[in-house]
Design a protein around this ligand. Sequence first.
Ligand code: 6LW
Length: 500
Amino acid sequence: MSEHQGIALRNPVIPGFHPDPSVCRVGDDYYLVCSSFEYFPGIPVFHSRDLVHWTQLGNALDRPSQLRLPRELLSSAGIYAPTLRHHDGRFWLVVTNVAGGGNMLFTATDAAGPWSDPIPLPGVPGIDPDLAWDEDGTCWCTIAGVRQARIDPVTGETFGEPRRIWSGTPGAKAPEAPHLYRIGDHWYLLIAEGGTERGHGVAIARGPSPSGPFEPCPHNPVVTHRGTEHPIQNTGHADLVQAPDGSWWMVLLGVRPRGGTPGWHVLGRETFLVPVEWADGWPVVGEVPSELPTPSWPLVPAPVEPVRDDFELGELRPQWISPRDRSPDHCTTKDRSGWLTLRARGASLDEPDAVFVGRRQQHLTCEARTRVDTGQGRGGLAVRLDEEHHYEIEATEGEVQVLARAGTLRTVLASRTVPSGPVVLGVRFSPAPDLGPRTGPDIVAFGVEEPDGSFAELGSLDGRYLSTEVAGGFTGRVIGMYAAAGTVHFDWFDYTPQGS
Ligand code: 6LW
């Protein structure tokens, strides 16, 4: 394992469901955003000083006037593929809300926010919008397809109809995720193609102007793991950034399938980093490494995230997300000081407006626990992929049950009486036993904490039914707290990584 100053440099640099990364640099600071789909708040914003260690600053879309996600919205719809750029002293974010609004721009003087209300871009229909400014300050918006229009980013006005500027590699499907760069004497157009599954790849072309004509790189795709046994798969949807020392780097999404055939990924599409060399005016990238090369600059490790969130802050930390919306009516830390209070609104986890507050699972081996006081209500600890794929341990006064839903299949796996009053619920993720080709990605075990602090397992499930290969979609597992009936109070939540 490559180390630098005693620090292991490993991919993914942002584990857990953080797909479609877009990065920019301002001086010695890097900023990165990702898609967030049906979750509110939306678009996590990260900061780094070394491209390897990232800290979440907040979420760009953190108020209803910026992000409306209707309750009939399907999971994995909503906020797709943002692009983050810095120009003329301001940050610019362009993104698609496929649940309504289409493409829209946001701007801020500080990446940590506050970000503006949306500036609609009605004249640029499509997904994966990109922003680039040419030498005379003209702003070009490029979208999947690959099509492009000139826009005014302040007003959202579009000049003329978007026109196709490249179609990607002949025969390759879905030319998307375009990003345009002026590098040296050329304009470069970077795209993803092949679709975001195992056939994903990155291609590039260059031309004399922001709108081409574009000549494809002779060795496209410049990045792909398709057709390999590499432990990182689905590599694609990339963005380029140049470091202060002149070196070039690429962030992109990838997945880490586990288990037998076909391999199941449970953490969603994660953010990876890979160095980029140049030869004859073309990028040379190669495979995305599990272990990162040592960069030439000092590493600046991110602050270690505390295991426990005891909800003493008042405001919920930015890692906490909820499907579609989160209002003080049903989610507050003001009712009982140092507790998170969730008020059910008549919806179970099977429904879009479930009252659920969770954080991305970021480690294949880890454990989560929460201390819950249900009173006369009903709620607990859940692992959610979407409304049709979730496992949970649910408490009511004096009883806990382990429940599971996978598609149309539902089961009550176990139940047990517990003393009345608050109870500590837990979930553990551990490698699955080796069954050869039939091996699953992990085992998901639920239990309660005994008075002596030990974990009394009540039931365990095969983790493959909470994988994207089974459930589909664009997100990844989110572990959190929920209220299915009445008012449920949570004293603290522990997330303990136990492996990569
Ligand atoms: C994203 C697009 C894609 O907008 O999936 O499969 C969408 N390709 O690039 C969501 O990640």
